[in-house]
Write a protein that binds this ligand. Structure first.
Ligand code: KG4
Ligand code: ZN
Length: 339
């Protein structure tokens, strides 16, 4: 079975071909540059850029996979969560394509896609599993008793961790998206330069909070002179990164111990962060736990993960109808909105 996946939930137009036995045959990602000048994603511009890009990106994915459209057995498309106008481009395109070829298609949850990026690299991923899902819009700790079953045990009460990275980076006049910039610059810095809070670290819940940390960094930056900030730029990045990641690592380990889930996976854009990958692996090894991490190219938004979860659903004859619509605030387990 060969699946064509399409992802247009935010500012990446992506298409991928996934083969049931050979794995990823292509994964084309076009990141929209138009937003750089605004320091964040402008929804209307995102939709228009998806409209311009979707056909050439799908064609490129098929060409690279050496798979003519007629050989595609089914389609998968992100229908939420995300920006409504951006999602609609992918949803309508896939609906029309699948209908014209008389092939099955399925709408999939973007966050579920992130989690399934792990199955691309680790087909034998063990269940039950604990997954830390960290992106620009989400910070979730999820128990998966088995594939496709989700129990959210904790989430952010305000900003997502990726959003905090992006906002701090913007404040420091770094380009969007800020996460990779802060990581790159922070590698050289001293993570103990600023004394920053570890929000909700002592709290017994598995929830997170990033709005206060973001404000704390900004306040600390305001106390520095321009010369001090320049001299300690890397130290500020390293200090923020350490504070943001410490909480993720400690809460994940605590949840894994509490629920006796020694197999941990990470997913989403922030899971590309090397400091998180290293710290979590080290802490987990102290408890004989194993951490599964998708290869970097499957951490940030991509259509390979969408095709992979689509395959799982289509194998189970779990298909959508042409009533499928975009659902911007879709949460995990919200099957009822998929038609
Ligand atoms: O999953 P993703 O590509 O899109 C969403 O679903 O939101 O995640 C994007 C987020 C952005 O906030 C970006 O700054 C962050 O992931 N990110 C990182 C890194 N790479 C991407 N944050 C920290 N370190 C990174 N290396
Ligand atoms: Zn994402």
């Amino acid at each position: 079975m060969k699946i064509l996946g399409v992802e247009t939930s935010c500012d990446e137009t992506s298409a991928a071909v996934y083969d049931e036995s050979a794995g990823v045959l292509s994964n084309i990602i076009s990141s929209q540059q138009i937003h750089l000048q605004f320091g964040g994603v402008v929804p209307e511009l995102a939709s228009r850029a998806h409209l311009r890009k979707i056909i050439p990106i799908v064609e490129e994915a098929l060409t690279q996979a050496e798979t003519p459209l007629q050989q595609i057995d089914g389609f998968a498309v992100t229908y939420g969560p995300g920006l409504v106008g951006a999602l609609l481009v992918g949803v309508n395109y896939v609906k029309a394509l699948a209908r014209s070829l008389e092939k099955p298609f399925v709408g999939v949850n973007h966050m579920e896609g992130h989690i399934f990026a792990n199955l691309i690299a680790f087909p034998e991923l063990p269940f039950p599993l604990l997954c830390l899902v960290v992106s620009g819009g989400h910070t979730l700790l999820v128990k998966l008793p088995q594939p496709l079953q989700y129990e959210v045990i904790g989430q952010t009460l305000d900003d997502a961790v990726g959003e905090a990275f992006d906002k701090v980076a913007k404040f420091m006049q770094l380009p969007y998206p800020g996460g990779p910039q802060i990581e790159r610059i922070g590698t050289e810095g001293n993570p103990e330069f600023l004394r920053l809070p570890r929000p909700l670290l002592q709290d017994k819940s598995f929830n997170f909070s990033y709005s206060g940390l973001k404000t704390a960094v900004m306040n600390e930056i305001r106390k520095l002179s321009a010369a001090e900030l320049e001299a300690h730029f890397a130290d500020v990045c390293a200090s923020f990164q350490a504070a943001a990641i410490d909480v993720l690592v400690e809460k994940t380990i605590r949840a894994a111990r509490t629920f006796q889930l020694p197999n941990i996976a990470i997913a989403g854009g922030v899971s590309a962060n090397k400091y998180l990958r290293l710290r979590l692996t080290r802490r987990a090894s102290e408890y004989n736990m194993r951490v599964y991490m998708p290869p970097i190219e499957y951490c940030t938004d991509n259509a390979a993960m969408i095709a992979r979860i689509g395959l799982e659903r289509l194998r189970r004859k779990d298909q959508s109808t042409t009533r499928l619509n975009a659902y911007p605030s879709l949460t995990l387990n919200e099957e009822r909105f998929r038609e």
